[in-house]
Write a protein that binds this ligand. Structure first.
Ligand code: MG
Length: 223
């Protein structure tokens, strides 16, 4: 089988480490530019709360600054969100993701389809200690919708859609397009995925990455 993984909040803990780090950095820098922040920690928690329900961290910042009447800081906050990750930024794997990838790799092919900027996504892989060579294909899409990227994989790999499993935390961006291609979908309930309700685009739901191994074994029986 071919198993396609999402990166942020599926293999690595973006919500728990990278996002809080970036929000704090942005608040400190905006404070330095005159944005009135009396308690960085409290404002960071507020931003993180907003981030849970927003489709992206960019829109969380947008909403936050609109509320705080800080629109003038919007552009610089956005640019900080997308500049390369500082060395001090923690990037860690989610529990057991590396071990699971290594075990799956023995019998299956793995691919990575992630949204964002290429350099930054590859940088995250490196910092998390995930070897690029684990994946037969790595695609970084600049749009949230992965339909085109999945199509590229279908057209160039030897797998039929029903032999492909896609695992990601965002139903709209990761799983809806996979289902359109006839792939099997596994919803990772983490990060933004915690707040998305299961729908017809979700075949399986997991909270921990190792649960996918059982699903793959089950699917293999029916192939
Ligand atoms: Mg994700």
């Amino acid at each position: 089988m071919l198993i396609i993984f999402d990166l942020d909040d599926t293999l690595i803990d973006t919500s728990g480490t990278i996002i809080p780090f970036l929000f704090e950095k942005i608040l400190i820098e905006m404070q330095g530019k005159g944005f009135p922040v009396s308690d960085i920690e409290r404002e960071k928690q507020l931003l993180l709360e907003l981030n849970k329900k927003e489709p992206s961290s960019k829109s969380a910042i947008e909403k936050y600054l609109q509320r705080k009447k800080g629109n003038v800081f919007m552009a610089s906050a956005f640019s900080m969100l997308y500049e390369s990750l500082p060395d001090s930024c923690p990037v860690v794997c989610r529990k057991n993701s590396l071990e699971v990838l290594l075990r799956l790799k023995k019998d299956h092919e793995l691919a990575l389809v992630t949204s964002g900027m290429y350099k930054r996504q590859i940088d995250k892989l490196k910092k998390a200690g995930i070897d690029r060579d684990l994946f037969c294909k790595i695609l970084v899409t600049d749009t949230a919708d992965k339909e085109k990227a999945y199509g590229e994989i279908v057209s160039c790999c030897q797998y039929l859609p029903y032999e492909i499993v896609v695992c990601g935390d965002r139903i709209d961006a990761d799983l809806v397009p996979a289902k359109k291609w006839g792939m099997t979908t596994v919803h990772m309930r983490y990060g933004r995925g915690l707040y998305q309700k299961k729908n017809e685009y979700v075949d399986f739901t997991i909270c921990e990455i190792e649960e996918i191994e059982k699903i793959i074994r089950k699917l293999l029986v029916h192939l």
